[in-house]
Design a protein around this ligand. Sequence first.
Ligand SMILES: Cc1cc2nc3c(=O)[nH]c(=O)nc-3n(C[C@H](O)[C@H](O)[C@H](O)COP(=O)(O)OP(=O)(O)OC[C@H]3O[C@@H](n4cnc5c(N)ncnc54)[C@H](O)[C@@H]3O)c2cc1C
Ligand code: FES
Length: 281
Amino acid sequence: MRNPNPYEPYPVRIDDITVETEDKSLKTFKFVFLNPEHEEMFAYKAGQFAELSIPGQGEIPIGIASSPTEKGFVKFTVFKTGKVTSYLHSMQVGDIMGLRGPMGNWYPWEILEGKNILIVGGGFAFTTLRSSIKMMLDNRDKFGKIDVVYGARSPGMLLYMDDLKEWEAQGKINMHITVDKTDDPNWKYHQGFIPPVAEKVAPPASDDTYAIVCGPPMMIKFTMPVLDKLGYKHDHIIMSLENRMKCGIGMCGRCNIGKELVCKDGPVFTLDQLNQMPKEY
Ligand SMILES: Cc1cc2nc3c(=O)[nH]c(=O)nc-3n(C[C@H](O)[C@H](O)[C@H](O)COP(=O)(O)OP(=O)(O)OC[C@H]3O[C@@H](n4cnc5c(N)ncnc54)[C@H](O)[C@@H]3O)c2cc1C
Ligand code: FES
C-alpha cells in the first residue's frame, strides 16, 4: 500500500551517521521508520529518490543510497551545500525528521536483468549507483558481467570505502577505482580521470551491454565521447538528472524539461531520450 497523502512525510529517526569524506562535506544518514508499516509503504527500487523533510527548514530531493535488499532502514548520502543540507549535517543520532517517497522512476531493471552492466560514477553522484550495485550483488545470478568505474578527486573523497573494499574482495564484479591524483605510495588503484579509465576497462558495446552513468557535468561531458567511440548505442546509455524540484510528485511543474517532469517521468532517462529533449538540464 502507498501513502494516500503523498505530501505527508513519514516520521523517521536518525539511527546512524557516517562521515564519508575527509573534508566532512558528505555524510550518510541511516534512518529507521518510527512506524514499521511506513517502511512497507516506502518500497523502492534502485535509482529512485525521496524528499528529506526537516520541520522548519524545508525539503530536499536526495537519491536513495541503500538497496531495496537492505531491510530495516533506508540510507541517504548528503553533500553539505546550502540551507537544508547544512541543517541536516548538524543533526544527531536519535533526532526525528520526515521522509516523503519513494519518488520518480528507477534504472530500468526489467530491461537490465540478464545484461552486462557498466557503471560509471563520479563524486557524490555515486549514491543511487551504490544502491544499484548492492542490489545487483544480492541478485548476482540475474545479471551478466558487471564493471564499476568509480572515481573521486582523491582517496579521501571516495564514498563507501567499506563497501568498495568488500565488493573488491568478493570478486563478483570488476571494480575499477580511480582518483584524479594522489601522493599515497600505497595507492593500488588507478590514477587519472574517469573517462580514460572507462575507455580502458569498459566491456565492448553490444545489444546485451548497458551503461549507467552518473557524475558531475564535466565527467559526463568527457565520458559520452568515450562510450560513443566504444560503440554504445544511445538507448543503451542510462543517466539520472538532478533538476531543482519542489513537490517531487509531478504536481507543481518546477522540474520540467520541455513536457517531461523530471520528478515523475525521470530522474532516469536514456541518452536517446535526453537527446530528444530541450537542452535545459
Ligand atoms: C533526483 C535528485 C537526487 C539528488 N540526490 C542527491 C544525493 O544523493 N545527495 C546529495 O547530496 N544531493 C542530491 N541532490 C541535490 C540536492 O537536492 C541539493 O543539493 C539540495 O536540495 C540542496 O539543498 P540546500 O537547502 O542545502 O541548498 P540551497 O541552495 O540552500 O537550496 C534551497 C532549496 O532549493 C532546492 N534545491 C537546491 N538545489 C537543488 C538541487 N540541486 N536539486 C533540487 N533541488 C534543489 C531545495 O528545495 C532546497 O531546499 C539530488 C537532487 C535531485 C533532484
Ligand atoms: S517537482 Fe513538482 S512537478 Fe516535479
